[in-house]
Design a binder for this molecule. Structure first.
Ligand SMILES: Nc1ncnc2c1ncn2[C@@H]1O[C@H](COP(=O)(O)OP(=O)(O)OP(=O)(O)O)[C@@H](O)[C@H]1O
Ligand SMILES: [Mg+2]
Length: 328
């Protein structure tokens, strides 16, 4: 099963300011702000939803096709992803813009001042899926993740017209997209991924009821944070899968993406929805235990052992027959 993951590819630059923003801002002079915060820590992390999901799938032994737009500065990031099994040959390289970048400074009270530079991501709307499908033979599923909104609509429309099954994963972009566009992203999706808060937003913005959404998608996958995941299909009882126990929490950034990586990998192996949810949960737990969305190591032996401990030996045996984790 060949899966393409479309969406954002970005780097995060995270800085810490050892003071309070509020002490630097002068209420009477807000019309002439000119401030520079001397920060004492900078962490640069690889991110972007499509890159995070592809990385996770690569770590489990698949070779997902990453689809998105970046700048010429992508070379190092590309070799990192390729080393982890990701097919980057369909990533569009902009000649003029840099790769999207998230710049965020946090003060000692956890207030944040951040900017997101879209950069090359705006060119994702120029990407056509057809040549990608031809290059790899065929595409069995296209995930449409958060991206330039025009690109999300284009990929969805193209998948629908060409009869390629697609997974809708609009997450962060739900906030800014109007209901009419969200309906276009969701209608006819083979899978709809969101967290429970985002599902509420989808219901509110599309005007479709819970039932109506189930009428329009094949499988609805709703992550519930520390409560695990719920999987719904029309006319079937809900499937609830409890989270995989974690060995400590470091940082939740990227848990949602890692869940999708695990879920889609088990799907590609032909396993049941229950197994998909279990593999998704355990992959997400790995991210939770590290700082950053791509800092975890998936070791085959430990992964299978932890799966057995969380979900039983039968689950572990089924997954072991397919998983080819990047690390032993
Ligand atoms: N505290 C936790 N303990 C165990 N597993 C967790 C915990 N929080 C999240 N998870 C796992 O991660 C999955 C996704 O989490 P969540 O619903 O918070 O995603 P999200 O809100 O999209 O996150 P983000 O967008 O920040 O990556 C859950 O279904 C679960 O498997
Ligand atoms: Mg999310």
């Amino acid at each position: 099963m060949r899966i393409a993951i479309t969406g954002s590819i970005a780097t995060d630059h995270l800085m810490t300011f050892p003071g309070r923003f509020g002490d630097q801002l002068i209420a009477e002079q807000l019309d002439r702000v000119s401030l520079s915060f001397l920060v004492d820590e900078l962490q640069i992390r690889r991110g972007g939803c499509a890159a995070n999901i592809s990385f996770g799938m690569g770590c489990l032994g698949l070779s997902p096709v990453l689809v998105g737009a970046v700048g010429t500065d992508f070379a190092d990031y590309r070799s990192w992803l390729e080393r982890h099994g990701v097919d980057c040959d369909s990533v569009h390289i902009s000649e003029v813009h840099h790769t999207a970048r998230f710049l965020c400074t946090t003060d000692e009270d956890h207030n944040q001042i951040a900017s997101f530079y879209t950069g090359a991501m705006a060119e994702a709307r120029e990407i056509e899926l057809h040549p990608i499908a031809e290059r790899v033979g065929a595409l069995d599923l296209v995930l449409v993740g958060p991206n330039d909104p025009a690109a999300m609509l284009r990929h969805t429309d193209e998948a629908r017209t060409r009869g390629i099954p697609f997974a809708a994963d609009p997450s962060q972009q739900l906030a800014r997209m109007p209901g009419e566009e969200i309906r276009r992203l969701v209608d006819g999706a083979a899978y709809l991924f969101s967290n429970d808060y985002e599902l509420g937003l989808i219901i509110q913005k599309t005007g479709w009821s819970d039932e109506e959404i189930l009428d329009r998608v094949g499988v609805r996958v709703t992550t519930l944070g520390p409560k695990g995941v719920r999987i719904d299909r029309k006319g079937e009882p809900s499937l609830h899968i409890s989270p995989a126990p974690e060995r400590g929490k470091a940082d939740p950034t990227g848990v949602g993406d890692a869940f999708r990586a695990g879920f889609l990998s088990a799907l590609a192996w032909g396993l049941s929805l229950e197994r998909c949810g279990q593999v998704g949960n355990l992959t997400a737990t790995h991210v939770l235990e590290q700082v950053g969305g791509q800092e975890y190591e998936l070791g085959q032996k430990v992964f299978i052992e932890r799966l057995a401990a969380a979900y039983g030996q039968a689950a572990a045996d089924e997954v072991a027959a397919h998983a080819r984790c990047h690390y032993v």
